[in-house]
Design a protein around this ligand. Structure first.
Ligand code: HEM
Length: 405
């Protein structure tokens, strides 16, 4: 199978052609849930499911829908598969690998990191004060997650500009036209990223400190320590997983407050305990996520006959707007009961390990911002198209100007 055939091109399935259509795929999601809930894309040999129950089944049922994938939405050029990779493996093997990382990400371990995260948030917010217009993506949503994850891993945070640039490239979505160029960019980024991390891993193996890379150098899998190469790859995986996703969440929080429900900011000002509810609703309402699996055995659980080896894409963003699970699903409502039942962090055995960290960062960032700024407004002449960029989730915000006067 050549490399090109390994990539699943989502925009070729949705046929959403413009940036704005990809940013607002919700009408298409609804149409698919209503008319084509189990849709076969013959061109790419890919099944697609859109309803809450179907998506949940794909994520939970690892015997039918496996993570041992040959094709993927975001394949990396140098295979990240290795003994410590948690993504490309099913239970029971998955459990052993995941155990290497779970310790670092429990809410209790995160408690210890809270003061440091608050310090980073405070510094970023202090730097914004006094400016009548702020680009919230560049000033908060991008620097916060990359600084936090660099700190947690024990990588110097002064390198965050470079780390962000590498992880942006690794998460670039493929498209038909620029396939070879994107492939080459990813290969270069992966090589440079690994070369940057390698000496850090060697140093930490010799002199372990209080950080995740040090923990990984000491961790054992079936009685054997991870190799330097495996630790490097795990660190790249974590930096990648925790970065762009959390940036998207923080950017989308501000977009929802400005455009989806403009009055909500004052509600938060009056009652900061609503901050976590708003964050859960943003995760449900505005996150065009997708997860792919390989069909492990012939099955007709969803009606049509799916063949072993085919791919199934679970459209999380569509499930999160499914009326049969969330009433008035297309309304942004922070008071909605059960909005945390969204599947933006996945579900089942591969449920996001970093969800407590992402929630913590978003909560601290939003609560601190709301305390400092009396109000926010849309800026004059805001043209959404100019602020969008292609990303793993379809389109995401590369900038978002907000008025704070
Ligand atoms: C808003 C932010 C985030 C979102 C939306 C998100 C989303 C997801 C999703 C959907 C999965 C499941 C993938 C699958 O089933 O194939 C996942 C897995 C994972 N996430 Fe996150 N994530 C976020 C933040 C983070 C952070 C901050 C970290 C840590 C640094 C992280 C680390 C991981 C890891 C290690 C896995 C793999 C777990 C496994 O396969 O067992 N994520 N994430």
């Amino acid at each position: 199978m050549n490399a090109y055939r390994q990539v699943i091109l989502l925009n070729e399935i949705s046929k959403l052609a413009t940036k704005q259509a990809q940013w607002e795929p919700y009408a298409w999601y609804k149409d698919m849930r209503d008319r084509n809930p189990v849709y076969y894309d013959a061109e790419q040999d890919v099944w697609n499911v859109f309803s809450y129950d179907h998506v949940k089944r794909v994520l939970f049922d690892h015997e039918l829908f496996s993570n041992k994938k040959e094709r993927s939405l975001i394949p990396t050029p140098i295979q990240l598969d290795n003994r410590s990779n948690v993504n490309l493996v099913d239970p029971p093997e998955h459990r052993k690998r995941r155990a290497l990382l779970t310790q670092a990400f429990t809410p209790r371990s995160l408690k210890e990191w809270e003061p440091r995260i608050q310090e980073i948030v405070d510094e970023l917010i202090t730097n914004m004060e006094g400016a009548p217009v702020i680009d919230i993506v560049q000033k908060l949503a991008i620097p916060l997650p990359v600084t936090v994850i660099a700190d947690l891993l024990g990588v110097p945070s002064r390198a965050r500009g470079q780390i962000k640039a590498w992880s942006d490239i690794l998460f670039l979505p493929y498209n038909k036209k620029a396939y070879t160029d994107i492939e080459q960019q990813k290969g270069r980024a992966m090589k440079e990223f690994a070369e940057f991390l390698y000496p850090i891993v060697l140093e930490k193996r010799k002199h372990p400190a209080d950080d995740i890379i040090s923990d990984l150098t000491q961790a054992e899998l079936e009685g054997e320590k991870l190799t330097d190469e495996e630790v490097v790859r795990s660190a790249i995986g974590l930096l990648g997983a925790g970065n762009e996703t959390t940036t998207t969440l923080i950017s989308n929080i501000f977009y929802c407050m400005l455009f989806d429900q403009p009055g909500v900011y004052q509600e938060l000002r009056a009652d900061l305990s609503l901050v976590p509810k708003l964050i859960e609703e943003v995760l449900r309402f505005r996150f065009g996520a997708t997860i792919d699996r390989k069909v492990a055995q012939d099955t007709n659980v969803f009606g049509p006959e799916m063949k072993a080896g085919q791919v199934v894409v679970a459209w999380i963003g569509a499930a999160n707007r499914d009326e049969s699970h969330f009433t008035r699903a297309d309304v942004f409502d922070i008071h909605r009961p059960g909005n945390q039942q969204h599947m933006t962090f996945g579900a089942g055995p591969h449920f996001c390990l970093g969800a407590p960290l992402a929630r913590l960062e978003a909560n601290m960032a939003l609560a601190s911002f709301v305390r400092r700024f009396p109000d926010i407004q849309q800026t004059d002449g805001f043209n959404l198209d100019e602020h969008l960029t292609a990303s793993a989730t379809g389109q995401s915000l590369k900038s978002l100007t907000i008025g704070t006067a």
